[in-house]
Design a protein around this ligand. Structure first.
Ligand code: 5GP
Ligand code: ZN
Length: 116
């Protein structure tokens, strides 16, 4: 996907602060952090969202979650964190390349959602 922002980050055409990388996934700091630790973890392969992921993506999706604690601890969230995957219009996903937000830090991140 040549016009995808996060594909351009994977390709190195747009700079990012990488915190973890392997053959399948890339993790980098969010440009506008909501908490002291705010990392985006993405598949290197373009997957638009959880709404378009298929069974073929099972391994890479598992890898994103399996690496989350290691990334969080290394970035300064040693005692837990929150994973958020905004999906589609209702999930208010802004960047249409699947990404898991890992948010944390030394202190609790706050309530999950404001209730209606
Ligand atoms: P979404 O709302 O799609 O779940 O989250 C998109 C996230 O991408 C936002 O938290 C936003 O700050 C982050 N973001 C948008 N553009 C860039 C960029 O060019 N570089 C980095 N590192 N993060 C970005
Ligand atoms: Zn992409």
């Amino acid at each position: 996907m040549s016009d995808c922002l996060f594909c351009k980050i994977v390709a190195g055409k747009i700079p990012s602060t990488k915190v973890y990388e392997d053959e399948d996934i890339l993790a980098f700091n969010d440009i506008n952090p909501a908490r002291p630790v705010h990392v985006l973890v993405i598949p290197k392969k373009h997957i638009t969202s959880l709404a378009t992921a298929t069974a073929e993506d099972t391994l890479v999706l598992g890898k994103i979650l399996a690496k989350a604690n290691e990334i969080a601890v290394a970035q300064g969230s040693p005692d837990g964190f929150r994973v958020i995957i905004n999906t589609g219009r209702v999930g208010q996903q802004e960047v249409p390349h699947l990404h898991a937000h890992i948010v944390g830090g030394p202190d609790p991140v706050g309530p999950m959602l404001k209730r209606i």
